[in-house]
Design a protein around this ligand. Structure first.
Ligand SMILES: C[S@@+](CC[C@H](N)C(=O)[O-])C[C@H]1O[C@@H](n2cnc3c(N)ncnc32)[C@H](O)[C@@H]1O
Length: 223
């Protein structure tokens, strides 16, 4: 399979399966990973929209193994995850080689669903490859959240929640990878913060949305 060196993929959105595509990319080439994978919860919104691969965990171990390989030494990954399968996510992260170095909570002003509890927060782990430097000004592990309306994607993440993570954990001039980029929110946050980006998305419609947001919307240019 043809290799995909970083010089070719920097500031691009790629359409396809992230495990297959990441396998073609250079080891130790990205500076920060910020990703929002399927939560493995068979999500279906009120309009019937679903998320690809949200009904299985076959991608979980290979995807994080590739993310670990692609990260530069002593760098970080922030990954959202499904709290009900925290054990499976944590096992996959540890198998890949990541250390768990922080946990983020994003309280919501609304309940996204309701069962035994009202679901009023999102959650993400901070995962380390090697021994990254601690930031000069550490972020709070409780961060703000704004409702996106999910117009562009059934589980669209707000830029307000993503930008501080990029600013704090990706060095200036670095490249942010999101292998499950959906509508491209991480990529827009990277551009807004003056970083490079690399997005991968399986579903063609979401890939097109991510391309539109990352390539054509008037913003700062990705470095
Ligand atoms: C939770 S959503 C991400 C939403 C995104 N954060 C946003 O704001 O739009 C996860 C995305 O991963 C995509 N996906 C699932 N399996 C994938 C795979 N193997 N390779 C690439 N993308 C995949 C899904 O199509 C979905 O768009």
């Amino acid at each position: 399979m043809r290799p995909l060196p970083l010089a070719t993929v920097r500031n691009t959105v790629r359409h396809g399966d992230c495990v297959q595509l990441m396998r073609r990319m250079d080891t130790a080439s990205v500076d920060f990973i910020l990703t929002d994978p399927p939560y493995i919860c068979r999500y279906r919104d009120s309009g019937g929209r679903t998320v690809a691969n949200d009904n299985n965990d076959r991608w979980l171990v290979p995807a994080y193994a590739e993310m670990f390989r692609l990260l530069k030494p002593d760098s970080l990954c922030v990954s959202f995850y499904g709290w009900h399968l925290a054990d499976r996510f944590i096992t996959a992260w540890r198998m890949a080689g990541f250390r768990l170095v922080g946990h983020l909570v994003f309280p919501k002003a609304y309940a996204s669903s309701e069962r035994f509890l009202q679901h009023r927060h999102e959650q993400a782990y901070v995962l380390a490859k090697g021994d990254p430097e601690t930031p000069a000004a550490p972020l709070s592990d409780v961060l703000g959240w704004a409702y996106t309306g999910n117009r562009l994607h059934p589980t669209q993440k707000p830029l307000e929640a993503l930008r501080p993570l990029v600013r704090t954990f990706c060095p200036a001039g670095g490249v942010v990878l999101d292998p499950f980029c959906g509508s491209g929110s991480t990529l827009v946050a990277a551009i807004d913060e003056g970083r490079g980006f690399l997005g991968i998305e399986l579903e063609y419609g979401h890939y097109r949305t991510a391309c539109r947001r990352a390539y054509y919307q008037p913003r700062r240019r990705a470095v």
